[in-house]
Design a protein around this ligand. Structure first.
Ligand SMILES: [Zn+2]
Length: 133
């Protein structure tokens, strides 16, 4: 794209600080994409959006009180299990934990609660495993 389809101004590829809002909360994120130098309109490709996807997903998870992708990974590693092991124990399909940890899908609330309880040593992981498998 060389010209803005809205105002016909010139478009350049750059990185801009943009504000992302969700449920009365907002964060500033650096979003690369094509921006019109005249009207400021942003034209973001799927590739541009992918670079900020994780940041936005984790921002929403924090507001909705869900474990973030890093927290999930930390807990799983603490339990010494692979993504595949975790998916077998907790269900959701073979790629479930891969999807949760890459923010493709958000884990269910009951799973989120269960993982927090295990992480805080309020439920033993051995007990969970003995029931699950
Ligand atoms: Zn424009």
């Amino acid at each position: 794209m060389t010209h803005c389809p809205i105002c016909n101004g010139s478009v350049e590829y750059k990185s801009e600080m943009t504000t992302y809002s969700y449920k009365n909360h907002s964060i500033k994120i650096e979003q690369s994409g094509e921006y019109c130098t005249k009207c400021g309109e942003a034209f973001l490709s799927a590739k541009d959006l992918k670079t900020t996807k994780l940041q936005i997903a984790n921002f929403k998870r924090k507001i909705d009180h869900f474990l973030t992708t890093d927290e999930l990974k930390r807990i799983r590693k603490k339990l010494h299990i692979s993504q595949q092991d975790a998916s077998e124990i907790f269900g959701g399909g073979i790629r479930a934990f891969h999807k949760y940890e890459t923010a493709e899908v958000t884990q269910s609330k009951p799973l989120d609660i269960l993982l927090r309880l295990i992480d805080e040593n309020k439920i033993s992981f051995d007990d969970v495993k003995s029931i699950a498998v």
